[in-house]
Write a protein that binds this ligand. Structure first.
Ligand code: ZN
Length: 302
């Protein structure tokens, strides 16, 4: 197996995790979490979303969270779903935007109220604005492997979306397994082909662990040459379309696996565990991470 020297881990727990948790945290709790995560050594953290508070009340405090954390020595990203969200995000002083669209029309319509084509049109405007405003940019393609309404997303469909994003100017493109149904074979097939065809693009992968395939998918992604991964502290989150489903792959497990494989992540594990413990105390429940489940965190920490 070919392995890279370094894996980039992008922490998305404060956004993807918290938006799907039943319990809403206070602004102070979120700020404390982002501070601890920043101390763990992440280069980038997706800290919140500027989606309308009516849709995601948990993240209605996006402005407050960003204004209290933007001085930290990391790049803070926020999910930006539309023009209104963009205006709020820029005003808050965010460093980077994760610009979303869905690979499938029905998910796009239910989630963003837009077909894929309509999203592309809007992203074109937002991308050029973001460039003018000096923001870091990454695109994030939901349902890139499968859709709760349409089933498996074909590679052809993903290619069409990537083509449009590349044409707009995006060079960082995240493919998201929104409902956690990707498998290692599909991941390897899609990513090795896409990596070959779009040499100018840095692909990022975003897996949910709904069926426990998350880390296996990461390995398939690595094998295909993708070295950037989103993950969530404590495996926070859920999926609105799959009751009982888990959240993102857990950052602790991802970092631990990378270390075991001899791949550098530049995350300080001891510091990361402090963030884990904080999250665990917030939610007063065992975290959705193998390390926590098997209690080996305690052993590793000694
Ligand atoms: Zn997600």
């Amino acid at each position: 197996m070919m392995i890279p020297k370094k894996l980039k881990v992008i922490e998305v727990g404060p956004r993807d995790g918290l938006q799907n948790e039943k319990k809403n945290l206070s602004v102070e709790q979120k700020i404390a979490l982002i501070q601890l995560l920043a101390e763990s050594g992440f280069e980038e953290i997706e800290a919140t979303s500027f989606v309308h508070p009516k849709w995601i009340p948990n993240l209605a405090d996006a402005e407050e969270v960003i204004s209290a954390t933007k001085h930290l020595p990391i790049n803070l990203f926020a999910l930006i779903p539309n023009e209104k969200g963009y205006e709020r995000a820029v005003k808050s002083g965010i460093h980077g935007g994760t610009f979303v669209l869905s690979a499938s029309d029905s998910h796009g319509q239910s989630n963003l109220n837009k077909t894929t084509k309509e999203s592309i049109r809007e992203l074109k405007i937002l991308y050029s604005q973001a460039k003018q405003d000096g923001l870091l940019t990454r695109a994030s393609v939901s349902t890139a492997f499968g859709c709760p309404f349409e089933g498996i997303t074909s590679l052809e469909r993903v290619r069409q979306v990537v083509d449009s994003l590349v044409e707009i100017g995006f060079r960082r493109i995240g493919l998201c397994d929104t409902i956690g149904i990707a498998n290692p074979y599909q991941t390897f097939e899609y990513m090795s082909k896409l990596n070959q065809d779009y040499k100018q693009v840095e692909f990022e992968l975003h897996f949910h662990n709904t069926y426990g395939r998350g880390l296996a998918n990461v390995c398939a992604g690595i094998e295909a040459g993708v070295y950037s991964y989103d993950s969530s502290i404590g495996g926070l989150g859920g999926c609105p379309y799959a009751p009982g489903a888990t959240g993102n792959i857990s950052t602790e497990d991802l970092v631990d696996m990378a270390q075991a494989m001899g791949i550098e992540t530049e995350i300080n594990f001891t510091e990361l565990l402090k963030a884990s413990e904080l999250v665990s105390s917030y939610f007063n429940k065992p975290l959705d991470s193998q390390l926590w489940r098997t209690n080996s965190l305690v052993a590793l920490n000694k």
